[in-house]
Design a protein around this ligand. Structure first.
Ligand SMILES: Nc1ncnc2c1ncn2[C@@H]1O[C@H](COP(=O)(O)OP(=O)(O)OP(=O)(O)O)[C@@H](O)[C@H]1O
Ligand SMILES: [Mg+2]
Length: 219
């Protein structure tokens, strides 16, 4: 079992359509040694399903099974994790939580282009308006590692990727011996706060969001 990781694990979250996968793919070009985990694909490939939600037309993800499969990979560090659910990953294994945000009208267009049913579009827009994903992140991780980034257009996406890549370089230089994968040491380390700030990745401020995420997914 790997006890330390020398590279950070970066979780990219946000309401469906906010641009997680597009951002992660671009980020991986900056960080080619990182392993990209699109959790929707990962859950399917590892058969981490626990039934099917007919109303949502989505598979229900078996979170315990998913974590059993994913944890050894996260212990290595250098993971880019892409999922709209952010509150199931062990805090001790996550170094930065990026929550992408999107303007409602733009998000509406993106989801419409996907051919989503109007009720599904509405559900996602409501979640984005209420800041559900951001609130989940703030409820689940120390505030200092949660960053909220707007991603309405390609310019913002590029800026976001540059910021995350700069944060990564700083994290690595600040942790020459890596960090522990064990609970107590990582939870006590508050170094990520100053790193995030110094790299211009401002941490998430107060949010009025409420509600709960769910572990369903398309297909
Ligand atoms: N910042 C951006 N500027 C312009 N277009 C974007 C931006 N972010 C995403 N898009 C476009 O919006 C669509 C949805 O993006 P993407 O698939 O990355 O979202 P997602 O958050 O991964 O969604 P899901 O949770 O459903 O997987 C894509 O067509 C993508 O090209
Ligand atoms: Mg995606």
């Amino acid at each position: 079992m790997q006890q330390t990781r020398c590279r950070p694990n970066i979780l990219v979250s946000g309401t469906p359509g906010c641009g997680k996968s597009t951002t992660c793919e671009l980020l991986q070009r900056h960080l080619p040694d990182y392993q990209y985990f699109n959790i929707s694909d990962f859950a399917r490939e590892h058969n981490c399903y626990d039934g099917y939600d007919e109303a949502r037309k989505s598979h229900i993800v078996d979170e315990d099974r998913l974590l059993d499969e994913l944890e050894p990979l996260l212990r290595r560090g250098g993971a880019i994790v892409d999922w709209h659910v952010n509150d199931i990953f062990p805090e001790r294994l996550i170094d930065l939580v990026v929550v992408l945000r999107c303007d409602n009208a733009i998000l509406h267009d993106r989801l419409q282009k996907r051919g989503y049913h109007s009720s599904k579009i509405e559900e996602n827009i409501d979640a984005e308006i209420m800041g559900v994903v951001l609130q989940d992140a703030l409820d689940s991780y120390v505030r200092e590692i949660v960053v909220e980034l707007q991603s309405d257009d390609t310019e913002q996406m590029q800026q976001n990727v540059d910021r995350i890549a700069a944060w990564e370089a700083n994290w690595v230089s600040e942790h020459p011996d890596g960090v522990s994968n064990a609970l107590q040491q990582h939870a006590g380390s508050d170094a990520s706060s100053s790193e995030a700030d110094s790299d211009g990745v401002s941490d998430a401020g107060d949010s009025d969001g409420d509600g709960d995420g769910d572990s369903t997914q398309d297909n």
